[in-house]
Design a protein around this ligand. Structure first.
Ligand SMILES: [Zn+2]
Ligand SMILES: [Zn+2]
Ligand SMILES: [Zn+2]
Length: 813
């Protein structure tokens, strides 16, 4: 944290004045009461107030006491507060008397950080369960240490009139807490109690009232006990809940939500209840109980103490578990006494519903009962997902508890809007030295997702009164986010006009998908040297007209001045996975056996199409065989790809792991089955040679020309794997050897690149076994390996990389 050096020296006893300007997440977290208490304890005079950049304060007293104040401030600050920069000035005393909390000063340029929504703190939990307390069993209890923030904020500075709590007038008791500097509800903007705050109701699926307040909660609990599905309005949107112990209830939820196989998350009452189901390390326990309270993917206990429906996460060694994230959830879990499935309140890939009427309309076909309240949600925020990797948390989905906290850059950036990719969309807005990342917005296929995306970008610009200078998008011309960028860049009806600025056309910057993956990982770790990026991914647009996804890209270093987030403005393609065809294009993503056929066709030619000894291929009808043969022989409707994700799919299908008929219901299903099948003790490998060949034509923006490209030739790997299979080797051994082959190939590629730093990015690196094998193999040869921590390795991290690349290009131009 950068401290300005003291400007005035004085003896330890002399009275002097210390003026501090603190930037960061310091509003709405009890920071001013903390300063007030600290100043009182050290017998210092002065004042503290919020401003639109954070907090400013003056303290006056003996020099030694001021130095103690300055030393204790960052150490003893309230847990949710994040101090990004403290500017200190030592000045002559002004003769302050007493210490005051002053009203907010308004200053031009809003940059105070909006905090994420935080799970119920221990003190609020105690009040919730204390029969004599005026907030006993009140589901909207909160304080400056916990409760909703980002999901209720409408504008800055963060004050009650700019939140969705503005419609609730505080009762005298709440108002007294709000005004009392020593109270932990001092300026707690969502402060409320049963007298004056939001209330619960339960309704049927037609929206007809069934019960109110405590009776509504009991109504929902009874419905859950009957095995019904309840749509509950949570912090950042609706959740669909049902009894996790009831196979019938879980099967009904899956069928109605059209989610046949993707794992479902659980919410359980407390840490002891988590331990009934899963193994929990000390680090995992602290992540579960953190204010962010994400869903944590935990290893199942071999014999759980409580029976769970097998349909929750079929075949998965881990369960996604979270603790209650709000008082409402605490009360509901206590009332039912069993674990709940808690999944986002949406149908298939639509964004999560936030509005009562919208929820009744969209979820009426899924839920039997609705548990609603009258505190509006300003924006949807899904539950975050994380796990422990090598002892430190890694985010797999970044939303509640984390968004909209920025990633802090080493220096000022131009104001940029980055639109991310297509699936797992996240938008980024760079303002000053901060890159604000939106919450996870889901797949961009639906109009709802599109509208949510547009709103979140306008929200950021409005929240921070920012004027973008360019819009950054993926190189793919047909992504909805690319089309949105083109419309937003127009002068008339474009983003600037819609954000209330004079209309003007904005420049567009395109960034190749895997370049953005690599740049995101480097930006997260502040790597400014030259680096190799292993981007093992599903799908990304390649400028040569093929689908990229198994890429070894190099960013040259040595340009830190021109590259605010690392030397990420340009890249060259060192190697790729040997291309193969995708019969039927996108259809092959849902049907991995098509990829299996394409792999074999490249090795054996037409004979592959007739093979009957591989069950997934034997299931093809005669008509299908004719069509696929045409596609593979002639290249008709069968684009080339170097996708690592598809290689996983094809290999899984060859091993009979890609669903019963070689079809899957979500993109990573087959790859996950391959990972889970692998025997972690097996150390064998397969040949995956790195061979040199001429580079194909077609370059991305920022791509440096190279006449030589290398390829990882997967053909010997597939031949060896099928030979193992023909010998009757267990699938567990074959799957493990496949993973090790990729790790060995990663090492060969890193040795070819000859660079010390290697970044791992792309959706395949949400495969834990792959990440661990690749990282261990590289580290054993002294490479520095960087994995994603703060943003996901999948397309949820793309927007950050787009900002990094665009900022570097603008700085260099
Ligand atoms: Zn609290
Ligand atoms: Zn009240
Ligand atoms: Zn990707």
């Amino acid at each position: 944290m950068p401290f300005d050096p003291p400007a005035v020296a004085a003896g330890p006893g002399a009275t002097t004045l210390l003026r501090l300007r603190i930037r960061g997440a310091v509003q709405g977290v009890g920071f001013r009461p903390f300063v007030y208490r600290l100043a009182h304890e050290l017998e210092l005079d002065g004042w503290v107030r919020n401003d639109s950049h954070g907090v400013e304060l003056e303290v006056e007293g003996p020099r030694a006491a001021l130095e103690r104040f300055l030393a204790r401030l960052p150490v003893e600050k309230p847990a949710p507060a994040i101090l990004q920069a403290i500017a200190a000035e030592w000045l002559p005393p002004r003769g302050h008397s007493g210490f005051a909390i002053q009203h907010s000063a308004t200053r031009a340029g809003k940059s105070a950080v909006v905090l994420p929504d935080l799970a119920t703190c221990a003190e609020c939990q105690r009040e919730l369960c204390a029969p004599g307390n005026r907030r006993f069993h009140y589901p909207f209890t909160n304080c400056t240490h916990c409760g909703p923030r980002f999901s209720i904020v409408l504008g800055l500075p963060y004050d009650r009139p700019s939140t969705t709590m503005r419609g609730f007038a505080m009762c005298p008791a709440c108002h007294a807490e709000y005004e009392e500097p020593t109270c932990r509800r001092f300026h707690a903007q969502p402060n409320a109690c049963p007298e004056c705050g939001p209330q619960l109701v339960s309704t049927n699926r037609a929206g007809e009232l069934r019960a109110e307040r405590a009776a509504a909660l009991a109504d929902a609990a009874a419905a859950l006990a009957r095995g019904e599905i309840v749509a509950a309005k949570g912090i950042g949107g609706f959740q669909l809940l049902c009894d996790a112990g009831s196979p019938a209830a879980v099967a009904r939820l899956r069928e109605r939500k059209r989610r046949p196989a993707k794992p479902l998350a659980l919410m359980v009452r407390d840490l002891a209840a988590v331990r009934d189901l899963c193994r929990v390390s000390a680090e995992e326990a602290s992540l579960l109980t953190s204010p962010q309270a994400p869903i944590v993917l935990l290893l199942r206990r071999p014999v759980p103490a409580v029976a769970l429906a097998p349909e929750i996460a079929p075949g998965n060694p881990r369960l996604g578990v979270m603790l209650p994230t709000s008082p409402l959830h605490h009360l509901l879990l206590a009332a039912v006494g069993f674990a709940l499935v808690a999944t986002s309140g949406n149908l298939a890939d639509e964004p999560i519903a936030i509005d009562n009427r919208e929820a009744l309309a969209r979820l009426g076909g899924i839920a039997d009962l609705f548990l609603l309240h009258d505190r509006p949600i300003a924006r949807h925020v899904d539950d975050s997902v994380a796990w422990l990797l090598d002892g430190a948390p890694q985010l797999l989905r970044r939303a509640r508890g984390y968004a909209p906290l920025p990633v802090v850059a080493g220096r000022e950036l131009p104001c940029l809007v980055a639109t991310g990719a297509h699936q797992k969309a996240v938008a980024a807005v760079a303002i000053g030295n901060q890159i604000f990342l939106s919450q996870h917005l889901g797949d961009m296929e639906t109009p709802e997702a599109h509208a949510a995306f547009e709103r979140v970008v306008l929200d950021f610009l409005d929240l921070y009164s920012a004027t973008p200078v360019a819009i950054v998008h993926d190189l793919h011309p047909d992504y909805p986010t690319t089309r949105w960028a083109a419309l937003a860049a127009r002068a008339a009806g474009g983003l600037l006009e819609r954000a209330g600025h004079p209309p003007r056309a904005l420049p567009l910057l395109a960034v190749q998908h895997h370049h953005a993956h690599l740049a995101a990982c480097l930006a997260e770790h502040g790597v400014v040297s030259a680096a190799l990026g292993l981007c093992f991914d599903g799908t990304g647009y390649g400028p040569d007209g093929t689908v990229w996804g198994g890429e070894a890209l190099v960013v040259p270093g040595g340009l830190p001045a021109a590259a605010p987030l690392g030397s990420a403005g340009e890249f060259f393609r060192l190697a790729r996975l040997r291309p193969f065809r995708l019969p039927g294009g996108e259809a092959a993503v849902r049907e991995p056996r098509r990829v299996a056929l394409a792999l074999l066709h490249q090795i054996e030619g037409a004979a592959a199409v007739a093979r009957q000894d591989i069950p997934a291929l034997a299931a093809f009808s005669a008509a299908e065989r004719t069509v696929f043969r045409k596609m593979l022989d002639g290249g008709w409707n069968a684009p080339w790809t170097s996708s690592m994700g598809r290689l996983f799919d094809g290999v899984a299908a060859l091993l009979g792991l890609a669903g019963s008929e070689g079809r899957v219901s979500f993109e990573a299903e087959a790859a996950m089955a391959l990972e889970f099948a692998a025997d972690p003790q097996e150390r064998g490998s397969y040949p995956l040679p790195l061979v040199e060949r001429a580079a194909p034509a077609g370059r991305a923006p920022g791509q440096i020309a190279r006449d030589r490209l290398h390829e990882l030739d997967w053909r010997p790997l597939v031949v060896a794997l099928l030979a193992d299979r023909a010998r009757g080797a267990p699938v567990a051994r074959i799957a493990a050897r496949f993973h090790q082959a990729l790790a060995d190939a990663a090492l060969a590629t890193a040795q070819l690149a000859g660079l010390a730093s290697v970044a791992l990015s792309g959706g395949c690196f949400q495969n834990r076994l792959l990440t661990q094998r690749v990282a261990a193999t590289l580290r054993a040869q002294r490479f520095s390996v960087f994995v994603h921590r703060a943003v996901p390795a999948n397309d949820g991290g793309i927007a950050l990389g787009q900002v990094a690349v665009a900022a570097a290009r603008l700085a260099a131009s």
